[in-house]
Design a protein around this ligand. Structure first.
Ligand code: GLN
Length: 533
């Protein structure tokens, strides 16, 4: 029988529920258990795909093409789980499904209500992940306990626990225990209130993970235990681990959280093996060299907008025993100050994905700088579009070249709308999404990176390389080194006359892990080190 862990949050959001859920998953895997991870988001959007990066941060794309919350990225980076569309549900998706069924007459004769119809739908989402090949499902409830919009989720997990039996379910509450400088005291009251709210909803938390600036004394733990009705040894202290997110599982293991979870769920402790993880952390913390990568983006002030990219760079650093120093540059600043001023001295340049016209000319300038100065360059999705435009304008002398995304009437549309997109009007889940196969040319940089001809990568786009220009570009030194199997879509471009220049239509960053870096990122970072050695 599949066991369930529910992770809720209290006091404030942004305490790292996703990272903790992922870390718990990683620890259970280290004991040999098969896990699945899932996130419930209480907002009303059906998925985050229609939200701007400033609103939501990165949209993480799954193999099966769901546009999801970035916590799913943490799940995949920390564990071996492969997430799918069932791993991220929102209030919007739950209501959408219930309302669709109502219109189909599936509840004919009934009044549709939050309890039981909405809560049943939430429970169905939870049980969809349970099954013979999953030992433990970990479900994270977004937001915090006490939010109006998270109430149906809290009620559903209460019901779920009652139905499957208390020994098969574990409630873990992540909370903040603040330190008040003026009083020089650690305060437990916010946690008491938040646990109080959970208990009012019928949930007794089994474990508290307490985010704190200062160590929790035995007295404080005693107090939390008494007021929150949680065993003292199940009160886990979690101090900030910045900058090494990947240390969180170790913090938890040090306090025996893996054993506590297994005991409470009546699962055997198989003796964990953390060797691979520890080796990775050792490489991360003891780099032998440094490389500086300029990331030229449009949402640079917001860490979460490029979460998977920053992580993938870190992973690539680990495998090259190098520290990757990020130089984050707002592309509009390049428009104002020039590429030379902002990019000079960097060892590699990366242009991430994105949407819309703002900042595009700055990105194109950054590509030119990388090409002309032979600086290793990696372009992702929109980054590939910028590369194509730059090459057309500055190498092929097509001064008006552009993407129809930025200028619908451009006379030289080197990037244009995908054929399959031409009749699509509605937004939300309508782009070319998810894993798609791609065949590599064997004499290419891409092939050298992957070491195989057939690859599969995740996509999220509407615009594509315009095939009309393939031949002209080829004569000028641009190679289309990756194509879809029908040869119709260009997936990777490279430049002949450049040490390391690769731009891809897909998002390799989604498949990179600290223990298994993505080959394109790994080789990109290696190239930036080679150039300098
Ligand atoms: N805006 C571009 C498109 O829709 C690129 C998308 C992206 O970078 N993910 O094709």
């Amino acid at each position: 029988m599949t066991k369930h862990i529910f992770v809720t949050g209290g006091v404030v959001s942004s305490l790292g529920k996703g990272l903790n859920a992922a870390s718990i998953g990683m620890l259970l895997e280290s004991h040999g258990y098969k896990i699945s991870l899932q996130k419930f988001d209480p907002y009303v959007n059906v998925d985050p795909g229609t939200m701007a990066p400033f609103e939501h941060g990165e949209i993480y794309v799954t193999e099966d093409g769901a546009e999801t919350d970035l916590d799913l990225g943490h799940y995949e980076r920390f564990t071996n789980t492969v997430t799918n569309k069932d791993c991220n549900c929102t209030t919007g998706s739950i209501y959408y499904s219930v309302i669709t069924k109502e219109r189909q007459g599936k509840y004919l004769g009934k009044t549709i209500q939050v309890i039981p119809h909405i809560t049943n739908e939430i429970k169905d989402c939870i049980s969809r992940l349970a099954g013979t090949d999953t030992d433990v499902v970990i479900s994270e409830i977004g937001g915090i306990v006490g939010d109006i919009e998270s109430q149906p989720f809290v009620e559903a997990i209460r019901q779920y626990g009652r139905e499957i039996g208390r020994e098969n379910v574990l409630y873990i509450h992540l909370t903040l225990v603040p330190y008040l400088r003026a009083a020089d005291e650690i305060k437990t009251k916010p946690t008491q209130h938040s646990v109080g709210m959970l208990r009012q909803a019928g949930i007794e938390p089994d474990i508290l993970i307490c985010r704190t600036e200062k160590p929790l004394s035995a007295d404080i733990k005693e107090k939390l235990s008494l007021f929150c009705n949680v065993d003292k040894e199940s009160i886990i202290e979690e101090k900030d681990v910045k900058p090494y997110l990947y240390e969180i599982p170790l913090l938890l293991v040090e306090q025996g959280l893996d054993k506590i979870i297994l005991k409470k769920l009546q699962l055997k402790t198989n003796g964990n093996s953390l060797d691979r993880w520890l080796k990775m952390l050792d490489a991360l913390k003891n780099p032998k060299k440094v490389t500086e990568i300029a990331i030229v983006g449009k949402y640079i002030g917001l860490q979460s907008a490029y979460e998977s990219i920053y992580e993938a760079l870190t992973h690539a650093g680990i495998s090259n025993l190098a520290k990757v120093k990020e130089r984050r540059i707002e592309s509009e600043d390049i428009e104002k100050l020039g590429a030379e001023k902002l990019l000079k001295g960097c060892n590699g340049i990366l242009i991430p994905g994105g949407f819309g016209e703002r900042g595009i000319e700055g990105k194109i300038e950054a590509v030119r700088y990388a090409r002309e100065n032979k600086i290793p360059y990696l372009g992702l999705c929109l980054g590939m579009h910028c590369s194509t435009i730059e090459f057309a304008r500055n190498v092929c002398n097509m001064k008006d070249a552009n993407s129809t995304e930025f200028d619908v009437n451009t006379p030289v549309p080197v990037i244009c709308l995908l054929e399959e997109q031409k009749n699509i009007v509605s937004k939300g889940g309508t782009m070319r999404l998810g894993a798609q196969p791609c065949r590599l040319q064997t004499n290419s940089i891409a092939y050298k990176c992957y070491g195989q001809e057939l690859i599969s990568e995740r996509h999220r786009h509407r615009y594509e390389f315009n095939n009309k220009y393939r031949d002209i570009f080829a004569t000028k030194g641009m190679i289309c080194s990756g194509l879809t199997s029908d040869n119709e879509l260009v997936e990777i471009i490279e430049l002949k006359d450049h040490p390391w220049y690769v731009a891809v239509q897909f998002h390799p960053e989604f498949k990179s892990k600290p223990t298994n870096p993505h080959p394109l990122f790994r080789e990109f970072i290696k190239a930036t080190l080679d150039v300098n050695s």
